[in-house]
Design a protein around this ligand. Structure first.
Ligand code: 5AD
Ligand code: SF4
Length: 446
């Protein structure tokens, strides 16, 4: 195959920040770069094209990227012709001032424009000018681009993109555009192909999967429960996961789908964000605490043993001790299997960035420490309650530290290290023996 690139460009280094959607986008970036004849390398020093797939959800991501770009600048000086590409949400949100601040960056490409990457690289090489592409909404589903899939029996499948909820703290609607769903036949086709390649578990990705197929102008008629049902009919697909779910869009049909469709796993990631009704309203979440509690009760009743994980923000503008106490009491009341906890980070252009009354840093940090301790204690307790039970584990591969131990997950998404060398993709019945707040050890149950 003839290579469209000059001879001094042979390899690429790709570093991904942020969420699973970004990890998945990186599979497409790797596929596109592979299509240009570039080989992946694991160290930036060996990369001719350095690609950073960025996240802009919190400020910390900016700071981390800055460090990496400093290194990229140094590496670029060391080798003539090296290219630096910044992809993803930060590229999109900072497009106006990015080149001014980082003049050594060659190409910027937003998350809805990944398919433009080969053209942008070619343009940069031909014209010598820095280039970028920042589409507001996607014209090509990333799933239509070539991909280099992560190893193992699990695959990500994008079912929708964007978000139109405009939670007041969140930058996603500004960088990934409005909600748009992918037609069901295309999703089915992709999943069938993955299963034919040996995939046994898919995770359906979208900012708000429950709203699948609901946006005005969607070409199809199916909603999320119908999608789950259609996918459940694919022979050989043993597990279906999905994230993220917005509590306001959990319907009784969805709960029934989780309860009744055998491959759909008993785990829901249901970000609550706060336990205070006042803060939930200020966040623009469109549910209150009572509604969240009700949805969880319905889920638990219909799906025994369902695992629940969540996201929580601490230190939202005007959060008082009483509001925070409401968050702690909600966590106590629900009993989560795990939670991602975040300190509020003002994002440019969002409504909450302009709100007054952010609690002082020490206060927020103290609240965070309290919340994390509670979440961990609760998760550990819930895990301990499973000791002695037998769970079905999908093997992902050998454990990092010991080849005689295999790593896998329960249907409820809990990590288990099981004695024995099993093949990726095997389903093994395992008796759980020890537990921490995040993982288990176990032995095969005979
Ligand atoms: N500050 C802190 N956390 C945020 N999240 C989203 N935006 C912000 C922000 N500005 C969190 C939410 C969301 C998760 C993906 O990130 O909890 O569910
Ligand atoms: Fe952001 Fe809210 Fe959309 Fe989630 S639902 S991506 S938090 S705006």
């Amino acid at each position: 195959m003839s290579r469209p690139l000059p001879e001094n460009l042979e390899t690429f280094y790709l570093r991904t920040f942020g969420c699973q959607m970004n990890e998945h986008d990186s599979e497409r970036i790797a596929g596109l770069l592979g299509g240009l004849g570039l080989r992946p390398v694991t160290e930036p020093e060996s990369g001719d094209v350095l690609v950073y797939n960025t996240c802009s959800i919190r400020e910390k991501a900016d700071t981390r990227l800055r460090g990496h770009l400093g290194e990229a600048q140094r590496l670029k000086r060391e080798k003539r012709g090296r290219l630096v590409v910044v992809a993803g949400c930060l590229a999109q949100s900072r497009r106006e001032d990015f080149f001014a601040e980082f003049p050594f960056v060659d190409v910027l490409v937003g998350p809805q424009s990944l398919h433009d990457l080969p053209r942008l690289i070619a343009e940069r090489l031909q014209t010598g000018r820095r280039t970028g592409s920042f589409r507001e909404r996607t014209t090509t589903w990333s799933a239509q681009l070539p991909r280099t899939r992560r190893d193992g029996p699990s695959a990500w499948v994008q079912i929708m993109t964007g978000c139109t909820n405009y939670c007041t703290y969140c930058i996603v609607p500004y960088v990934r555009g409005p909600e748009a769903s992918r037609p069901l036949p295309e999703i089915l086709q992709e999943v069938r192909g993955l299963v034919a390649e040996g995939v046994r578990e898919v995770t359906l990705l979208g900012q708000n999967v429950n709203a699948y197929g609901r946006e005005p102008g969607f070409a199809g008629r199916e909603d999320f429960p119908a999608l789950l049902e259609a996918l459940s009919g694919i022979a050989g697909l043993v597990r279906i996961r999905f994230m993220t779910s917005h509590p306001k869009d959990v319907s009784s049909r969805l709960i029934r789908a989780i309860a009744e469709l055998p491959p759909v796993c008993e785990h829901v990631h249901l970000p609550v964000q706060s336990g205070s009704d006042r803060i939930l309203a200020a966040m623009g979440r469109r549910y209150d605490r009572a509604r969240y509690v009700e949805v969880v009760a319905q889920l638990r009743e219909a799906v025994p043993g369902v695992a629940l994980t969540t996201d929580i923000i601490v230190g939202f503008p005007s959060e008082t001790e009483a509001d925070f106490a409401d968050t702690l009491s909600l966590v106590e009341e629900i009993g989560f299997d795990g939670a991602f906890t975040f300190i509020f980070s003002p994002r440019r252009g969002t409504k909450a960035a302009a709100l007054p009354g952010r609690p002082p840093r020490e206060v927020t940090e103290a609240r965070m420490a309290q919340l994390v301790a509670l979440v961990q204690a609760q998760a550990a307790e819930r895990n301990r309650a499973l000791l002695g039970t037998v769970q079905e584990i999908l093997i992902e591969g050998p454990s990092k530290n010991d080849p005689a131990v295999s790593k896998g997950r329960t249907r409820t998404h809990k990590t288990v290290n099981v004695r024995g060398a099993f093949s990726p993709g095997e389903l093994v019945k395992v008796r759980l023996e020890t537990a921490t707040s995040t993982s288990f050890t176990g032995t095969p149950a005979t």
